[in-house]
Design a binder for this molecule. Structure first.
Ligand SMILES: *[C@@H]1O[C@H](CO)[C@@H](O)[C@H](O)[C@H]1NC(C)=O
Ligand SMILES: *[C@@H]1O[C@H](CO)[C@@H](O)[C@H](O)[C@H]1NC(C)=O
Length: 186
């Protein structure tokens, strides 16, 4: 009994090969994949923080631009988590005035939304619709700004230094993330 290599199974095989090749080539879209993080970081407003997140993550060595965006997204989320933790401590502190406590609680709601949007951006980065991650990073940035703005509204209450430190880092990181998406992944 001969091997069933008639013309229809041969054309099926060629079709599979073509599909495989198309599949492989569509995995390399027209993004600038060879850009290193040091080049990217020089386009951001906080060079030191940018270098720090990539140098402290072993994935950076082999990451393409999308991989670097994912690393930046993780750093944004870790920072937003840190901000939530600081807010929790401040809410529980007997030192906080009722007006400040209310603002901290509003910030907790905003930072939950920040994290949800960063999560969505991360999911999109792993999908063919990766360019839409930029929109979610914008929403994340808006809610970080909204938390900051609460401390500029009347009556003006000073933002505690420990909160200023973590919210500034959250904002700087989301701006770095947005440079990667906006300049290098479009
Ligand atoms: C942030 O905190 C959430 C819940 O506590 C956790 O599931 C998530 O892994 C944390 N993310 C990072 C990047 O640390
Ligand atoms: C704040 O207090 C609540 C209730 O006592 C507690 O569940 C929570 O873990 C505390 N949060 C922090 C960040 O200490």
């Amino acid at each position: 009994m001969g091997f069933p290599c008639n013309s229809s199974s041969f054309s099926l095989l060629s079709l599979l090969v073509v599909l495989l090749l198309v599949g492989l080539s569509s995995q390399s879209p027209s993004v600038k994949e060879t850009v290193g993080y040091d080049f990217i970081c020089r386009k951001t407003a906080n060079l030191d923080l940018c270098l720090e997140i990539f140098e402290s993550d072993p994935r950076s060595a082999v990451a393409d631009v999308k991989g670097l965006a994912q690393i930046a997204d993780d750093a944004c989320e870790a920072s937003a988590n840190q901000t939530l933790k600081t807010l929790g401590l401040l809410i529980n502190s007997t030192m906080s005035s009722p007006i400040l406590k209310e603002r901290f609680e509003t910030c907790v709601r905003y930072y939950d939304i920040v994290i949800a949007n960063l999560d969505m951006a991360k999911r999109l980065l792993a999908s063919p619709k990766y360019t839409s991650a930029l929109d979610y990073s914008q929403v994340a940035k808006n809610y970080i700004d909204d938390c900051d703005a609460l401390f500029q509204s009347s009556p003006i209450s000073a933002k505690p230094a420990e909160l200023e430190k973590v919210t500034k880092k959250s904002l700087d990181l989301v701006l770095i993330f947005r440079v990667i998406l906006d300049v290098f992944l479009r």
